[in-house]
Design a binder for this molecule. Sequence first.
Ligand SMILES: Cc1cn([C@H]2C[C@H](O)[C@@H](COP(=O)(O)OP(=O)(O)O[C@H]3O[C@@H](C)[C@H](O)[C@@H](O)[C@H]3O)O2)c(=O)[nH]c1=O
Length: 415
Amino acid sequence: MTSLSDSFTQNQATHWDIFCAVVDNYGDIGVTWRLAKQLAAEYQIDINLWVDDLQSFSHILPELDCELSKQRFFGVNILQWNSPLDIPYIPGSLLIEAFACELPSSVIDIIESQHKAHQTIEPNSSLANNVSKPPVWINLEYLSAEDWVDGCHGLPSMQASGIKKYFYFPGFSHHSGGLICEENLFNQRDSWQSDDKNKLALFKRLGLTGIDVNDYVISVFSYETDALTALCQYWINAAQSEVNTQKIHALIPMGKSLHSIISLLGVSFDTIKATQRFSMGNLTIHILPMTDQTEFDRLLWSCDFNIVRGEDSFLRAQWAAKPFIWHIYPQEDDYHLVKLQAFVNIYSLKLENDIANIWSKTNFAFNQQDTNVVEHWQQLISAQLPLQQHAKDWPVDAKKDADLASRLVEFVKTS
Ligand SMILES: Cc1cn([C@H]2C[C@H](O)[C@@H](COP(=O)(O)OP(=O)(O)O[C@H]3O[C@@H](C)[C@H](O)[C@@H](O)[C@H]3O)O2)c(=O)[nH]c1=O
């Protein structure tokens, strides 16, 4: 009969598994996909990304075939996570449950057996090097700028089986798990932004017509809010009232933001198609086709101002070095406003008080459906130059000396 320890007597597998359940929207898969790609490209780690909803995933990876249970892109194995799991799970050296998703019971059974097998081996026995250790088990948490993150990042939670599960908190401080940021991202962005031809070519590629190099372009990827309706109404009339008399273009993908402005377009939601445009006064609204993440980054680099949401586009807007508004994912009891305040505090540290104040007010108004956002916007636009300079300086400050992937690799080595 084979003993438990015999069944794990093999070379330690070195691949990493990431399990991602798509709750709603694209953020969970957006974050895990970014991380998986980076780990494969920069650390040559063999990554299995298990995803329960390939349909949602295909919106940000159009090449994905939703019928295939296994496929590989950018060096990452993408595996369909069915319940029960119908692709065998083989433990590697790291197991990530993203955003506290519930791992399949078969996966837990396997690592528990492996743990038991490993426990039964005497440290000095000849088997000690041959019996593979269970993977380091991590719950990758949501990004937050709150202070408590530092105290909780990396803490283990002892499971009934005796296995430790670690909490990994992304964050903005040295003691947190860091922020996802690819090694060459800032160089690529700088090179893109150094030549206006790049943005004009992108707009053309996306089917967005009539945008002149000096027009003011705003990307809008938010949730529903009356504040957006009010801003669009204001932009329609902006030429008469504003110091800045540039034409304004708002680039809006199909989805939540569009619900907030549909009343301005005079058509029904169902008839709208990507690349359509609606010109009203000083504002042209363009319906943006959804793209993959690389092209989405370039879009953020190409706009003068970005309105972003959730977690991943929020971070990418920071890396874009352009001013932005963050529409944070709403939580019960308005807890998201606490998280917004925490970020506003750190983002404002090096901003002049007046500008910090107005940037904060604009963000809170946008998040609280407050149509006074227009007043704040007017003031914000008059502080555009210092705000733009701050947006340029911020990424280096925020990333600090190490990004999330490199901190994670170190964490796994020492856990
Ligand atoms: C518009 C667009 C987005 N994207 C990507 C960028 C991001 O990776 C992803 C959007 O994710 P987010 O910006 O995080 O926003 P989101 O609202 O889609 O996701 C949210 O989901 C909730 C369940 C989480 O709790 C939130 O924290 C948040 O992550 O979609 C593209 O790749 N192409 C596009 O054209």
